[in-house]
Design a protein around this ligand. Structure first.
Ligand code: ADP
Ligand code: MG
Length: 238
C-alpha cells in the first residue's frame, strides 16, 4: 500500500472492513456503526464502490451483469475512479470533522481482487491507489476471514448454488482470500484478522473488541457520554 501522507494526523479515525464475498462485511459495518454511535462517537458509515453520487453510478457499471466484457484494467480504474471521489468528497472531510469512518471495503479490495484475483501487476495497482487516495490509509483494517465456500454459500443462499460455480470461479475467490491474508500478514499493526465463520453476534463481538483495543476507544455504554468518548478518542491518537 502507498505510504501514509503527512496530513493524516486527523482527530477522527478510519476503519476499513475487508474480506471475501459473503464474509459479512456489510452486516458487520452496520453493526459496528450502530455500536459506536450508541457509545457516543460521531460515525460515518460508508462503502466502496460508492459513497458518493458519482461513486454509486460507477458501482452500477461495475456490478451490472450486462458488462461481462469488462477488462480487468477497466475494472481496476473504475474502482479507482469511485475511490478518488469518495476520498475527496467524503473520507477526508469526515476525518477533518473528527468522525469515525466505518468503510465497507477500501483500497485493499483492489489489491486482493484485481491483483490477487485477476492477476494485474501490483506496482500498477499501487500507482492507481496512490492517485485515488492521495496516500490516505485506514487506521485499522479488519479482515473478515472465512473459507470461500462458506462465504459464497451465504451469498448465494445455498451450498448447491455454490457448487454450480465453475472451478475457475472458486479458484478466483481463493486467490482473493489468500491475497487478503498476505496483506494482513505483511502489516500486522495495520490489520486484525477475525474469524468470520461464526454467527453475526459472535463476529460483531470480535469486531468490537478489535476496534476498541486497537484504536484505544473507551468502551462506553449508551449513557450519553459522548464527550467522554470523543476526548478518549482524541487522547488515543495524540
Ligand atoms: N455471521 C453470519 N452468519 C451467517 N450469515 C451471515 C453472517 N453475516 C452475514 N450473513 C448473511 O450472509 C449474506 C452476506 O452478508 P453480507 O454482510 O452482505 O456479506 P459481504 O458484505 O461481506 O458480502 C447476507 O445474506 C447476510 O445476511
Ligand atoms: Mg457487502
Amino acid at each position: 500500500m502507498p505510504e501514509r501522507d503527512t496530513e493524516a494526523r486527523h482527530p477522527g479515525a478510519f476503519i476499513a472492513i475487508e474480506g471475501p464475498e459473503g464474509a459479512g462485511k456489510s452486516t458487520q459495518a452496520r453493526l459496528l456503526a450502530d455500536l459506536l454511535r450508541a457509545e457516543g462517537y460521531p460515525v460515518r458509515l460508508t462503502r466502496e464502490p460508492g459513497g458518493t453520487a458519482i461513486g454509486e453510478q460507477t458501482r452500477r457499471i461495475l456490478l451490472d451483469h450486462a458488462n461481462g466484457a469488462m477488462l480487468a484494467a477497466t475494472e481496476a480504474l473504475l474502482y479507482g475512479a469511485a475511490r478518488a471521489q469518495h476520498v475527496g468528497e467524503v473520507l477526508r472531510p469526515a476525518l477533518a470533522a473528527g468522525e469515525l469512518i466505518v468503510c465497507d471495503r477500501y483500497a485493499d479490495s483492489t489489491i486482493a481482487y484485481q491483483g490477487g484475483g485477476r492477476g494485474l501487476p501490483l506496482d500498477a495497482l499501487l500507482a492507481v491507489q496512490q492517485l485515488a487516495t492521495g496516500g490516505l490509509l485506514p487506521d485499522l483494517r479488519l479482515l473478515l476471514d472465512l473459507p470461500v465456500e462458506v462465504g459464497l454459500a451465504r451469498r448465494f443462499g445455498a451450498p448447491d448454488e455454490v457448487n454450480r460455480l465453475d472451478a475457475a470461479g472458486i479458484a478466483f475467490h481463493q486467490r482473493v482470500r489468500q491475497a487478503y491474508l498476505d496483506l494482513a500478514a505483511a502489516d500486522p499493526d495495520g490489520w486484525v484478522v477475525l474469524d468470520a465463520s461464526g454467527v453475526p453476534g459472535e463476529v460483531s463481538g470480535l469486531v468490537a473488541d478489535a476496534v476498541h483495543s486497537r484504536l484505544g476507544l473507551a468502551r462506553l455504554a449508551a449513557t450519553g457520554a459522548g464527550e467522554g468518548a470523543r476526548s478518549g478518542m482524541a487522547g488515543a491518537r495524540s
